[in-house]
Design a protein around this ligand. Structure first.
Ligand SMILES: Cc1ncc(COP(=O)(O)O)c(C=O)c1O
Length: 386
């Protein structure tokens, strides 16, 4: 069972056989009970999040989701967390030690930067940002405890050479954690590129239906150990209901992504010819400065990308957004539906400064008919011309 499409269908269904059903049962529990004292004791000898012992350590449903995620990621293990953000922050916090340094890629997901600048700084961790492998090389030293990247970066959609980052990390024996949410394990084989800890907001494509918050971190037992300890100490656990829904989402992940990709590429190409669009930020376009890197790292393109509109005043911009009927105005992405988000909340994503009056927006291209989506955008663009 080497192909990921097959793994997506068959992994994480171990408990299904016992219940004579296709899907494993949803097991909700705060309390786990044991047949005898020996099995109770044995449960505490196993790893947290791998052995049922108390609800916070996961039920069989959580473990099914984790084992499916590990299998599709070609990793030994996975820890599910309450949401994508807690997955990111648990990794950072687990490797945070006073007097140590954490190196973070510029333009990462805004709340990660906010956490690094406030909480990590208060813990006495030195946080530095880098834009490329040269900057990383000049910053890394023997007090670096973690390198943290994201591919592509939120909103600005920049790619960094992950293979080179991993090589630098390895030569200094520093673990490399990467937010791999955009590509998912279907389009981005994170561990093959030397990433030690791959972080996923399973909220997005993995669940895929905009009704769950969930995170996942994959890696080897050894690389995950500090994160496991941290999550256990801090009660960061994933709800069985979320894991059950995300397992259902996994079954169609590769099919959905193929359609997201087809629609996104079609609409991005169409947008290139629209006079209201000044720039497209999408590494999967041959015109993108990151196109070659994208080809090396990814086997496909997901649905979110950003566009920069021609300068317009606030009223025109509002009219444009409000006249869209198929694109919902929303912060998330990765669901079946198309979304648009004005990428202006500097307070949230303060890593990039937006030029005056230029309007950066993020689109998430959903599973609707691609021509209907173009028509919707076309209608809205007309309001910019007025
Ligand atoms: C790249 C990336 N990582 C992490 C997260 C956080 O995920 P969640 O919303 O599940 O906390 C998001 C959410 O937008 C994201 O876009």
């Amino acid at each position: 069972m080497n192909n990921i499409s097959t793994k997506l269908i068959h992994q994480g269904r171990e408990q299904a056989t016992a219940s004579f059903s296709v899907n494993p049962p949803l097991v909700r529990a705060s309390t786990t009970v044991f047949p005898d004292l020996a099995s109770y004791k044995a449960s505490y000898q196993g790893l947290a999040f791998e052995t049922p012992r108390y609800g916070r350590s996961g039920t069989s449903t959580v473990m099914e989701f984790q084992s499916a995620m590990a299998a599709i990621s070609n990793a030994e293990s996975c820890i599910a967390t309450s949401c994508g953000l807690t997955a990111c922050l648990s990794v950072l916090a687990a490797y945070a030690k006073p007097g140590r340094q954490i190196l973070i890629q510029r333009d990462v997901y805004g709340p990660v930067k906010a956490f690094a600048d406030s909480e990590l700084a208060q813990l006495g961790v030195e946080v530095e940002y880098f834009a490329n492998e040269q900057e990383l090389d000049s910053l890394i030293d023997n007090h670096t405890s973690l390198i943290y990247t994201e591919v592509p970066t939120s909103l600005t959609m920049k790619l960094i050479d992950i293979k080179k980052i991993s090589a630098i990390a390895k030569s200094h024996q520093v673990p490399h954690a990467c937010d791999a949410t955009w590509g998912t394990p279907v389009f981005f084989d994170a561990h093959r590129f030397g990433i030690n800890l791959a972080i996923h907001a399973a909220t997005k494509y993995i669940n895929g239906h905009s009704d769950v918050l969930l995170g996942a971190i994959t890696g080897s037992y050894q690389d995950l150990q500090l994160v496991r300890d941290y999550c256990q100490l801090h009660g960061n656990y994933a709800a069985p209901d979320s894991c059950w829904l995300a397992l259902r989402g996994l079954r169609t992940l590769s099919v959905r992504l193929a359609r997201h990709q087809q629609n996104a590429l079609y609409i991005a190409s169409w947008l290139k010819a629209q006079p209201q669009v000044q720039q497209l930020l999408f590494p999967a376009l041959p015109e993108s400065p990151d196109y070659q890197l994208w080809q090396q790292l990814f086997s496909g393109a997901a649905g979110p990308f950003s566009i920069e509109l021609v300068p317009c005043d606030d009223k025109q911009f509002e009219r444009f957004i409000n006249s869209l009927t198929l694109f919902g105005i929303g912060t998330s992405w990765g669901g079946f539906e198309s979304l648009i988000m004005p990428a202006v909340p500097h307070h949230l994503r303060a890593t990039t400064t937006q030029k005056h009056q230029k309007r950066l927006v993020r689109l998430h291209i959903g599973l609707e008919d691609k021509q209907d989506l173009c028509d919707d955008l076309q209608r809205a663009f007309k309001t910019l011309a007025k």
